[in-house]
Design a binder for this molecule. Structure first.
Ligand code: GRF
Length: 194
């Protein structure tokens, strides 16, 4: 059975992309076939080129036609540190085949402006004893789509936003490949990925 073709959208360094590239070996049910970014200086591009994966730098991330053409050879789309809102028509085209990873236990600590260090600062400020990572389906709003899976991590009394971010990121690197492989198996067996 051919592997499910995965396109990864990233705006930053791409460590979640790297976790996918490292996990999805030749016998895996999925394969990364394209990396798309809105930033020509994204570290994720170097990782893609290192792995021999084709890349696209979007001229206008709000242009649905440009994005859909970049995703033409994808069955499943993964947002991994992609900071732009996906245009409505692209969300509709990839309904239930478009997922995002977020560095907190949604629905808390999500939404517009909640990304990177700010998320962990907000978790620490709230006094929460646990945090973690969430993979969810993407809809027309930031971080609001149905949750697929979560991985919890403890918040330690001496945590800083950086130490908490590092612990959550390690959980992300386990959770995202697991979810992608599970969805890919469902897609391969003709099932809806939901
Ligand atoms: C991750 O923490 C992810 O959850 C968030 O953005 C960060 C991206 O990190 N949406 P990287 O570019 O994959 O290293």
């Amino acid at each position: 059975m051919p592997p499910v073709r995965v396109a990864v959208l990233a705006s930053g360094g791409g460590t979640n992309l790297q976790a996918l590239l490292d996990t999805l070996g030749p016998d895996a049910p999925a394969r990364v076939v394209r990396v798309v970014t809105n930033r020509a200086d994204a570290g994720a591009l170097d990782r893609a080129r290192q792995a021999g994966v084709p890349t696209t730098v979007l001229r206008d991330p709000a242009d649905a036609a440009e994005l859909l053409s970049a995703l033409a050879d994808a069955d499943l789309v993964v947002l991994a540190g992609y900071l732009k809102l996906v245009p409505r028509t692209a969300v509709a085209r990839f309904r239930h085949r478009l997922i995002n990873i977020h560095p907190a236990l949604l629905p808390a600590f999500g939404g517009p402006g909640m990304y990177g260090r700010r998320v962990h600062e907000a978790v620490l400020a709230s006094g929460a004893a646990v945090s973690g990572a969430t993979v969810h389906y993407v809809d027309e709003q930031y971080d609001r789509g149905p949750i697929i899976a979560q991985r919890r991590v403890p918040v330690r009394p001496d945590d800083t936003p950086d130490t908490l971010a590092a612990r959550v990121l390690a959980a992300e690197h386990e959770l995202l490949p697991e979810v992608v492989m599970n969805l890919a198996r469902k897609i391969q067996h003709g099932g809806e990925s939901r």
